[in-house]
Design a protein around this ligand. Structure first.
Ligand code: FPP
Length: 277
């Protein structure tokens, strides 16, 4: 947290927002559906790819701010398994921007101790992109700080299917298939995010109220924060607002809050009629 405060102008809105956060209750994992690049470009009569290009700066700011805040994991949704349906020129621009980002940000990833991880069906990507991703993953693997997961050629359903198949293959290899029994921990151990905390906060930009096949297993208890802001306009202030909103949520994980609610419930229960047999 202090590392972020050190970069902010004292008295600025961002500084006040950062100071208002409780450092002991920061989300351990933030996931982001970066949406609205196309609309941002449309509003300016620009080609869609101009929106993606403008979307690189908020990636940089979000990654650096989360690392400085002390967030454990940040997962960005960059390209879904469904995004192949887009025009080839748009898809190729996205690969170029990803490679540009990785190349340009390598020193910042090292300086901030960030571990980079590409999650998704990486083997389905063009060889140049695969190569770049592997190189950045290897070079940052020993970094001690935040894990930055970038979801590329990613789908929540395909991740679960791949995880189950990997467990079946492993059991077949080890001759334990007849004894294999899945449970939640075993399945989670075969997901791309194995070993990382589940997202506490899921941010989606551009106002869409959808999950879009993102981290379906992992977001079971995530708090959702949807902002109308289009991704290219998402800045540090918005990020801090999302975390502030998260800290005001009452997270119960299916239980009840440990306040004096029992006394309030009792008269209601007494009033519930018991059907006569
Ligand atoms: C969704 O907007 C955004 C994407 C599919 C791509 C996100 C990519 C970037 C932000 C740039 C590069 C990424 C990294 C990690 C460096 P959309 O095109 O669906 O917008 P629309 O719904 O308004 O059409």
């Amino acid at each position: 947290m202090q590392a972020l405060l050190d970069t902010l102008a004292p008295g600025s809105d961002e500084w006040k927002l950062a100071l208002s956060l409780d450092p002991s209750r920061l989300p351990a994992h933030i996931a982001v559906i970066m949406d609205g690049n196309g609309r941002w470009a449309n509003q300016r009569s620009l080609p869609r790819v101009a929106g993606h290009k403008a979307g690189v700066e908020p990636v940089r700011t979000t990654v650096e701010s989360c690392a400085r805040l002390g967030i454990g994991s940040l997962t960005l949704y960059a390209f879904s398994v469904e995004n192949w349906k887009r025009p080839q020129s748009e898809v190729e621009t996205l690969w170029r921007l990803l490679r540009y980002y990785l190349h340009r940000e390598m020193p910042a990833l090292m300086k901030n101790g960030i571990r980079f991880k590409a999650i998704g069906r990486i083997e389905g990507l063009p060889p140049s992109v695969r190569h770049e991703l592997r190189e950045v993953m290897e070079r940052t693997a020993a970094n001690p700080g935040m894990t930055l997961n970038v979801a590329i050629n990613y789908g929540g359903r395909s991740e679960i299917v791949d995880a189950v198949n990997a467990l079946l293959d492993q059991a077949r290899r080890e001759g334990t298939l007849d004894r294999l029994r899945l449970d939640e921990d075993l399945l989670a151990s075969a997901l791309h995010t194995a070993g990382q905390p589940e997202p506490d906060l899921l941010i989606r930009t551009s106002g869409e109220m959808r999950i879009s096949n993102f981290l379906l297993w992992q977001i079971a208890y995530a708090e959702l924060y949807v902002t109308e802001t289009l991704w290219p306009d998402f800045d540090r202030k918005e990020l801090l607002c999302a975390i502030q909103a998260y800290q005001k949520r009452d997270r119960r994980f299916g239980g009840i809050h440990a306040s004096g609610q029992r006394n309030l419930d009792e008269p209601i229960l007494e009033a519930v009629p018991v059907p006569a047999r």
